[in-house]
Design a protein around this ligand. Structure first.
Ligand SMILES: CC(C)(COP(=O)(O)OP(=O)(O)OC[C@H]1O[C@@H](n2cnc3c(N)ncnc32)[C@H](O)[C@@H]1OP(=O)(O)O)[C@@H](O)C(=O)NCCC(=O)NCCS
Length: 232
């Protein structure tokens, strides 16, 4: 039997992060597809771009396998629903499951974060040159962050931008609003911008909730996880 295409990547306190190999592999994708339900297969068929379809199918099948183990249920009992801004959550026999998760994919890399406690968000971006980097910098960074990225040069500039971008997106995905949140309106804490790997974060309009933000990037990809800590 073919080996799994996902493997443990990081364990952060209560959060397990799994890496999913998204390299093209038709037999693997075919096998993963058989684990999906009708609705998921219909969604897969609607993707025009084969890379986007592959990323969805391989991540969703890996997620199913991880949740089946975590929730001790059968694949047929498991389904997914979406919250207000589209953040998926799992149900078992129609009841919301007690495991939070979040998924991200970029190029050949997928990440899945799972936890039994609090909301979680994850984001990954392959470290490849971005078209329209200037536009992205203007759209998602605060004035101070923008000045720091603009002052950096060459690969350092791209890396810094991607680190900031994945940390912001992990926070917005943990929160559940995704890109409907104005990520330029909040700032990544300075020590994280200067290379620290982890630190606490609070949204200015919701100071009662603390989030742990961890930069889990590698040479191949930028990545971050945001995890809800206990509320005050
Ligand atoms: C979620 C979002 C941030 C994804 O960004 P991205 O960089 O393109 O994609 P990523 O690979 O990081 O994440 C995709 C995954 O995030 C998850 N996701 C979708 N919506 C989400 C949300 N609101 N919050 C957190 N996670 C979400 C899904 O699992 C999705 O993967 P899947 O479709 O394969 O299951 C972006 O699509 C978004 O903001 N969507 C919501 C936009 C919205 O609210 N629109 C309403 C008005 S049009």
């Amino acid at each position: 039997m073919e080996a799994k295409w996902w493997q443990p990547f990081r364990q952060l306190d209560d959060v397990e992060v799994v890496h999913v190999d998204l390299c093209p592999d038709a037999p693997r994708e075919q096998r993963a597809r058989t684990w999906l339900d009708d609705e998921e297969r219909q969604r897969a068929d609607r993707f025009q771009h084969e890379g986007a379809r592959r990323r969805y199918v391989l991540c969703r099948a890996a997620l199913r396998s991880l949740l089946i183990s975590a929730l001790d249920c059968r694949n047929q009992q498991l389904a997914f629903k979406a919250a207000e801004h589209g953040k998926p959550f799992a149900t078992v026999d129609g009841q919301p499951a007690l495991v939070s998760f979040n998924v991200s994919h970029s190029g050949r890399h997928g990440l899945i974060a799972l936890t039994c406690r609090g909301r979680v968000g994850v984001d990954v971006e392959e470290r490849v040159p971005q078209r329209n980097l200037d536009l992205l910098v203007g759209a998602v960074l605060s004035p101070e962050e923008r000045a720091e990225v603009t002052a950096a040069r060459g690969r350092r500039q791209l890396h810094l931008f991607l680190d900031l971008w994945t940390m912001k997106e992990a926070l917005s995905k943990a929160h559940g609003e995704g890109l409907s949140m104005d990520v330029a309106a909040f700032e990544i804490p300075r020590h994280l911008r200067n290379g620290a790997r982890g630190g606490e974060f609070r949204f200015a309009d919701a100071l009662d909730a603390a989030w742990w933000l961890e930069n889990i990037g590698t040479d191949r990809f930028a990545a971050a996880v945001a995890h809800e800590r206990d509320r005050r």
